[in-house]
Design a protein around this ligand. Structure first.
Ligand code: FE
Length: 211
């Protein structure tokens, strides 16, 4: 018996799902709203909050502080959840955060192989590529190639550590402070720490002269 013979109409039930994740989400949302299980205005409120009011700036402030203050860094690496909550960065999808630090020998990159778990309280909502099948499967299998496609070319001597987020644990990558940033303020440093640096798919960069 083939896979298709088991289902009336010749198609397995999951093949009725639209292939595009956005359409799938819409179909699921419509169903949940229709059944009265969720309130669409509450969903809009959550999305607006994390998309527009919480963004990667929170994470950038945390990283900048860790570059400037050795005791903050030590505290962040020991207990990231407690340390970031002392700055007021608490809430949904940020209940248990672990900070992982890049060093000259180790580069860290974060993925959620199952879905799209992500530290919302520090980085806002995840980018679309973070949720893509390609990123989720390839980052585990061939992290160096994925990093190269993002423009991060590691030395052969550098190890890559891939962290698989779960609903329980979210990771924050603490990138290395680049040379030439001596004397910069916390605010200026935060300005060079882009979202992707804290996922591990970019490195902090100084602005080009004149920018
Ligand atoms: Fe997930």
């Amino acid at each position: 018996m083939s896979e298709f013979d088991r289902h009336p109409g010749g198609r397995p039930p999951h093949s009725h799902l639209p292939p595009d994740p956005a359409l799938r989400v819409m179909a699921l949302e419509t169903l949940l709203v229709r059944k009265g299980l969720i309130d669409p205005s509450a969903l809009d409120e959550i999305a607006d909050h994390y998309a527009n009011r919480v963004g990667p700036r929170n994470g950038a402030i945390v990283v900048a502080k860790s570059w400037l203050d050795p005791s903050f860094r030590e505290s962040l690496l020991r207990d990231a959840t407690g340390t970031v909550s002392s700055l007021g960065f608490t809430g949904r999808q940020g209940e248990h955060i672990v900070a992982v630090e890049n060093t000259p020998d180790i580069h860290n990159i974060v993925v959620c192989t199952l879905c799209s778990c992500y530290p919302w309280t520090l980085l806002g909502l995840p980018p679309a590529w973070y949720k893509s099948d390609a990123y989720r499967s390839r980052t585990i299998r061939e992290p160096r190639s994925v990093l190269a496609e993002f423009g991060v070319n590691l030395l052969q001597s550098q190890k890559v550590r891939v962290w698989d987020s779960t609903a329980e644990v979210r990771y924050l990558v603490v990138p290395m402070r680049p040379d030439g940033t001596e004397g910069m303020t916390e605010d200026q440093l935060a300005g060079i720490i882009a979202r992707d640096c804290m996922i591990g798919t970019a490195l902090p960069r100084l602005p080009e002269p004149g920018q």
